[in-house]
Design a protein around this ligand. Structure first.
Ligand code: BDP
Length: 673
């Protein structure tokens, strides 16, 4: 059990479920030659492989009347594109189990769904469902560089072997496609948003084509991050001005060249005028000018996904406001095949942020949600943090006008910054596989609860036995909040170390740009702490729907989890709990640390239920997390005390070192930068 098989282990069933499956001996009915396709071949292969594995060792007993699994992929089960229905008819003379869909990819999704249900321990006769993906685009974004380094990657090197492509296709590329298809992911942007222009050169198009061909049977389309200055970088032009006819022509020809090799190419993802990347503003043009120019080249063959992650050094009012300020005036100006991709919160993938105000403010623009599966700010692969609850929080957030974030993005899609790497277990830690899984399941159905997702994943990855499954699910569900509590409680954010983003550094105040400094975000001094984003401060709160803004404007009415995001309060501000802010803050750190101790205890009690290899790997990581949760707590408290001069609440442990000690720690070895 080295974790390579992810949630597709299909461990042998036991008990009643095993006996039933053995007696029913389901066999996949042959597909007539005329109906075959590479996608259906995959479906049959997956069903056969999965059923054999679930049945366990040994030859199946000869069944009297085996259940025929019928793939019926040309009917309309009422689900629309890519949907399916699963219907058992086991009492009949010729018992069957029907997977029906209107298209072949629907049949493949239905096959994986059947295996998932069986793997959860449900019997064939109990599985009757009808399902379809909620949103059209369900994409992974890889921040992988062509040299094999993964920006913000904590699971080894890139899984894409550009050096040997197109000549050699690694088996991992097939297993990657299987994993994605099994949870409904239907596209991958294969290179970093901080893109190199040579990815668009002919020799790279040949490499991309090899991947696209390998993934097509699995319903996965390939996308590329495009560097906006490519016409200059590799096209021999002296400008990349989107309104220049030669530039437009260059993109048109380049796009046609790609489509000639990859007819179902998904399109381009663009990070423009953000963190030093080139963009249309370099020529005095707007994001819409840039995006529309590329969208014209793509036409109705694909999509241009334009990122809204922008903040500039010139505007030092409040970084949280900048994306909205730049994009809101452009609402309605983007072409039909442009999507604007917006991070879940207005700053940058922090352990907790309020939802991004653009979701409630751009009714005439197709918005897509960007989540970060890789845990850049939540302890890398070392800390356990199941992100389902975080994503559920943003998806269900009310944007005003009775629309949740999920309602806004459902017509478009979701993107997740991948956490895959060359590590044998793909994600660095087995628990981080759950975040990949949860992303796919939520993109398929954004109203799924993180509890249900954790259950499914645990049953497939570890065990179906309730005595072990229940505690694992419980610790997963608590884990993200624990991280918030020991890193950035009560609405604090961006307090991590410079560059690598690991560990506490609330004392950093002297970096070149104001908004790179933790001090800019927490604004703590002798009198108080927090960022005033109400009308008396930056007024970022006014970017939200008035009813929401009104509620959040009152420090007594806002959820304490967001208090210091929107308010600057005195250290002795009275919280709903009756404690002062200072005492509550210290209590939060202690709660976070205690939760992690609880996870370690829960896990160590499961030794007999988990295979030794994965048991040990996770035990080791939880021990690291225990130490590092204390580090966050102690360093943070030591720093706040150096600022506010306040004593600790009675009965609270003193940080073992002075703030100077924590300040001097350095980690040149941190991965992923
Ligand atoms: C930040 C990362 C940086 C990315 C950037 C982005 O630190 O590596 O390039 O986001 O999303 O979180 O473009």
């Amino acid at each position: 059990e080295d974790g390579y098989d992810l949630w597709l282990r299909f461990a042998p069933l036991d008990g009643v479920a095993a006996a039933k499956l053995k007696s029913q001996t389901p066999v996949v009915a042959p597909i007539s030659e005329g109906d075959r396709s590479s996608t259906l071949d995959v479906a049959v292969e997956e069903l056969e492989r999965g059923l054999t594995s679930l049945r366990g060792e040994g030859d199946p007993p000869p069944a009297q009347n085996p259940v025929q699994i019928i793939l019926d992929c040309g009917t309309e089960p009422g689900t629309g594109q890519s949907g399916f229905s699963l219907t058992p008819q086991l009492e009949a003379e010729r018992p069957t189990f029907r997977i029906a869909a209107q298209d072949h990819i629907g049949c493949l999704y239905g096959s994986y769904a059947l295996l998932r249900e069986l793997a959860a321990g449900r019997g064939l006769g109990e599985i009757s469902l009808i399902d379809a993906p909620a949103m059209p685009l369900r994409l992974l974004n890889h921040w992988d560089n062509p040299d094999g380094h993964v920006e913000r990657g904590y699971a080894g090197r890139s899984i894409f072997d550009w050096w040997n492509l197109p000549g050699r296709l690694d088996q991992r590329m097939i297993d990657y496609a299987r994993a994605n298809a099994s949870i409904g992911i239907n596209g991958a942007v294969v290179n970093n948003v901080n893109a190199r222009a040579f990815m668009l050169e002919p020799r790279y198009i040949a490499k991309l084509k090899r991947l696209a061909d390998a993934w097509r049977p699995y319903g996965i389309r390939i996308y590329v991050s495009a560097r906006f200055s490519a016409p200059r970088d590799i096209g021999g032009l002296d400008t990349a001005d989107p309104l220049d006819p030669a530039v437009r022509q260059w993109w048109q020809a380049k796009t046609d060249e790609i489509y000639a090799s990859i007819p179902d190419f998904g399109g381009f993802l663009v990070k423009a005028n953000s963190e030093g990347q080139p963009g249309p503003q370099d020529y005095g043009r707007s994001h819409a000018d840039g995006a529309n120019m590329m969208a014209e080249a793509v036409g109705d063959r694909g999509t241009v996904i334009w990122r809204a992650f922008v903040y500039s050094a010139e505007d030092d009012t409040d970084r949280a406001k900048q994306a909205y300020d730049e994009f809101k005036p452009l609402d309605g100006q983007f072409a039909d095949n442009v999507i604007v991709q917006v991070k879940n919160g207005p700053i940058d993938f922090q352990p907790r942020e309020p939802f991004h105000p653009m979701f409630g403010a751009m009714p005439k623009t197709r918005l897509m949600l960007e989540l970060q599966i890789t845990k850049e700010y939540l302890g890398f692969a070392s800390h356990l943090a199941f992100l389902g609850p975080m994503w559920e929080e943003v998806l269900t957030a009310d944007t005003g006008g009775e629309k949740s974030v999920a309602d806004v993005i459902v017509p478009v899609g979701m993107a997740g910054v991948a956490n895959t790497g060359s590590d044998r277990n793909w994600s660095g830690s087995v628990f981080d596989q759950a975040n990949w899984y949860a992303f796919g399941r939520l993109a398929w159905n954004p109203s799924m609860s993180s509890d249900a997702i954790a259950r499914e994943w645990t049953a497939q990855t570890f065990t179906r036995k309730p005595a072990a499954l229940e505690p694992i699910v419980r610790m997963m569900l608590e884990s993200r909040e624990a991280v918030v509590q020991y890193m950035t409680p009560l609405g604090l954010a961006h307090l991590m170390g410079t560059g690598h983003h690991y560990g506490p550094a609330p004392w950093v105040c002297d970096l070149a740009r104001p908004e790179w400094n933790p001090c800019y975000y927490h604004r703590a001094d002798r009198d108080g702490i927090g960022f005033d984003r109400t009308p008396s401060g930056s007024n970022a709160i006014s970017q939200y729907d008035p009813a929401i803004a009104a509620q959040w404007s009152d420090p007594a009415a806002i959820d304490p989890k967001l208090l210091l995001w929107f308010h600057r309060v005195d250290w002795d501000h009275r919280m709903a709990s009756g404690r002062t802010l200072w005492h509550e803050l210290v209590a939060e750190y202690d709660r976070g640390v205690a939760k992690v101790d609880g996870f370690a205890a829960t896990w160590s009690a499961l030794e007999s239920e988990i295979d030794p290899e994965r048991f040990r790997a996770i035990s080791e990581r939880l021990a690291i997390q225990q130490t590092e949760a204390r580090w966050w707590r102690d360093a943070s408290i030591a720093y706040w005390q150096s600022v506010n001069g306040l004593p600790l609440p009675e009965g609270t442990a003193k940080p073992p070192f002075s703030v100077e000690y924590y300040r001097k720690l350095e980690f040149p070895e941190a991965p992923g930068q």
